[in-house]
Design a protein around this ligand. Structure first.
Ligand code: F6P
Length: 459
C-alpha cells in the first residue's frame, strides 16, 4: 500500500471555524481519505529552529511533521524570496518584485533543510507530492539525495509567460530542478503551455508529445489540473448559513439595498484598488444606483511583513476613506471594508445573500472564491458573478460577466449589467457556471493528479 507524502510550505493547523487558505481546503479531504504524512512549516519562528528535529503529531489518520523557521529564514525565505520575488513574478506583476541575493540564498538553504528533515521520514513505498512556489528546488534536492520514489509537483499560482520568467533570478535552474519530478501539474492549459515553452527553450528539455518532456534522460509528464471545490457541500453550508444571526443582521442592515460582495486575502494580486475604483465609477456613471447598492468587501490581512502588502494596505485605507467621504450620504455608506477574516460558513451565507459576486484579481492561479460564489447561490434566484478574465477560474466560468480588472469603466458597466439583469438571464448564466463545477470535487482533483503520477511512474 502506497503512502502519500504531501510537502507544502505551510502545514495548516486550522483555527477554530476560521476560513483556511486555498491549498489547505483542497488537500484536507485527500489526506483524510488516503491517510499519510504532511510535511512543512509549522507557521512559527524560533531562533533555534534550524537545530530542532521535526515535531510529529497525528490527527484523524494523518501524520503531521512540522519544522519551524528562524527569524532570519522567515525574513529572507518566506517574506523575502517566496513572497517578495516569486509570488509577484508568478503573477506577472513586475512592479511588485523585489529581489535580494541573500534572500535567494536563504530560499535555497530552507529548501535544503526541508529536504534533510524529510529524508529520514521517507519510506520506500511513498508517493511524494510537493506543492507550490516556495519549494521549486525540492524535487531536485531529493533526487540528489537518492530519492527514487515517484515525485509530483503542483503549482497553485499561474506559470508566467517567457518574458516574465526571464526576470526570475536563476530561472533556468528552477526549471531544471522542477524537471526532476515525474509529474508537473498546473492550473490552466495556458500555464502548462508556458511551462513547456520555457522548459524546452531555456532548460533544453525535449518535447516528446503534448504532455511529455525528456530531460537528461528522464521522462517528465506535464498536465493541467484545475483545482476544484466541493460544490454540493458548499451549497449546503451557504443555504444553512441563511438562518444564522450574522446573516439576519447583515440582511437587516442593507435596508433593501442590493449587495455587491467580494472576499479575498489583502494581496496585491487581488486587484482590490482597481476593484474599488470600478465600483466608484459605477456610482458616478450610473448615479441612479447611488443609495441602491452596498459593496461589502472582506480583505483579510495576509503576509503583513511584506512591504508591497503594507503599501497596498496604506493605499486602500486612503481610497476607502475617499470613496465613502465623496460618494456617501448621511444615511448611506457605499462601501463596507473589513480586514478581519470571517468564519467560512458566514462567508458562504454572505455569498448567497449577495446580488453580485465581484471578484477581480489582476491575475490568479485559479480563484476558488469564484467557484464558491456560484455554489452558494439559490438556483431559483441566483446572483451574478462579475469575474476577472485573468483568474484561472474564468476558463471554466465563461458564463460569468468576465471583465478586465484594470478597466474601471468596464467593471462599472459589468456591475450595472448585473444589477439590471433579468431573472431568466441570471438563471441561465448561473446554470452554465454551475454545470461546469458541479461534477467536480477537491478530492477528485487530488485523485486525478495522483492517478496520472501513478501511471507515469509505473509505465
Ligand atoms: O494561494 C497560495 C497560498 O500559498 C495558499 O495556499 C495560501 O492559503 C495562501 O497563499 C496564503 O499563504 P501564506 O499565508 O502561507 O503565505
Amino acid at each position: 500500500m502506497k503512502r502519500l507524502v504531501i510537502v507544502s510550505n505551510r502545514v495548516p493547523v486550522p483555527k477554530e471555524g476560521l476560513r483556511p487558505g486555498g491549498l489547505a481546503v483542497v488537500l484536507k479531504d485527500l489526506l483524510a481519505r488516503k491517510g499519510g504524512l504532511w510535511f512543512g512549516w509549522n507557521g512559527a519562528c524560533h531562533p533555534d529552529a534550524a537545530h530542532l528535529p521535526p515535531e510529529i503529531q497525528k490527527a484523524e489518520g494523518v501524520e503531521y511533521a512540522t519544522i519551524g523557521l528562524t527569524p532570519a529564514e522567515y525574513r529572507n525565505y518566506y517574506t523575502g524570496f517566496s513572497n517578495s520575488t516569486l509570488w509577484p513574478l508568478m503573477h506577472s506583476l513586475p512592479e511588485c518584485i523585489h529581489f535580494e541575493r541573500r534572500e535567494l540564498a536563504s530560499y535555497r538553504s530552507v529548501n535544503e533543510r526541508f529536504c534533510e528533515n524529510l529524508l529520514p521520514l521517507l519510506r520506500a513505498e511513498d508517493v511524494i507530492w510537493i506543492h507550490d512556489y516556495h519549494l521549486l528546488p525540492l524535487a531536485a534536492l531529493l533526487r540528489r539525495h537518492g530519492v527514487r520514489q515517484p515525485i509530483g509537483f503542483f503549482l497553485h499560482t499561474p506559470f508566467p509567460a517567457p518574458d516574465m520568467l526571464a526576470t526570475a533570478p536563476d530561472g533556468g535552474t528552477f526549471l531544471r530542478d522542477l524537471l526532476k519530478a515525474d509529474l508537473l501539474g498546473f492550473q490552466t492549459a495556458d500555464d502548462t503551455a508556458n511551462f513547456i515553452f520555457a522548459a524546452s527553450r531555456t532548460a533544453g528539455a525535449v518535447t516528446v508529445d503534448d504532455t511529455t518532456l525528456l530531460f537528461e534522460g528522464h521522462k517528465v509528464r506535464v498536465g493541467t489540473f484545475p483545482v476544484e471545490i466541493d460544490p454540493q457541500t458548499f451549497a449546503a453550508t451557504a443555504a444553512a448559513a441563511m438562518e444564522h444571526a450574522d446573516l439576519h443582521r447583515l440582511a437587516g442592515s442593507l435596508a433593501g439595498r442590493r449587495l455587491v460582495f467580494g472576499v479575498d486575502r489583502m494581496d496585491p494580486t487581488k486587484g482590490l484598488d482597481h476593484r474599488l475604483a470600478g465600483y466608484e465609477r459605477l456610482l458616478h456613471t450610473y448615479p441612479a444606483r447611488q443609495r441602491q447598492v452596498t459593496f461589502l468587501q472582506i480583505a483579510a490581512e495576509s503576509r503583513t511583513d511584506v512591504p508591497s502588502y503594507q503599501a497596498l494596505r496604506n493605499r486602500l485605507e486612503h481610497q476607502i476613506g475617499q470613496l465613502n467621504a465623496h460618494c456617501g450620504q448621511a444615511d448611506w455608506t457605499p462601501l463596507r471594508f473589513l480586514t478581519r477574516g470571517s468564519p467560512r460558513s458566514t462567508v458562504a451565507g454572505y455569498m448567497r445573500l449577495a446580488d453580485i459576486g465581484y471578484i477581480t484579481p489582476l491575475r490568479d492561479g485559479m480563484n476558488l472564491v469564484a467557484k464558491e460564489f456560484i455554489a452558494a447561490q439559490d438556483p431559483e434566484n441566483p446572483g451574478v458573478l462579475v469575474l476577472s478574465r485573468l483568474a484561472g477560474a474564468a476558463k471554466q466560468l465563461e458564463a460569468a460577466l468576465l471583465v478586465n480588472p484594470l478597466d474601471h469603466d468596464g467593471m462599472a458597466d459589468a456591475l450595472e449589467r448585473a444589477l439590471a439583469m433579468s431573472l431568466a438571464e441570471r438563471r441561465e448564466r448561473w446554470q452554465a457556471c454551475w454545470d461546469s463545477i458541479a461534477s467536480h470535487t477537491a478530492l477528485g482533483w487530488g485523485l486525478s493528479f495522483l492517478d496520472l503520477l501513478h501511471k507515469t511512474t509505473e509505465a
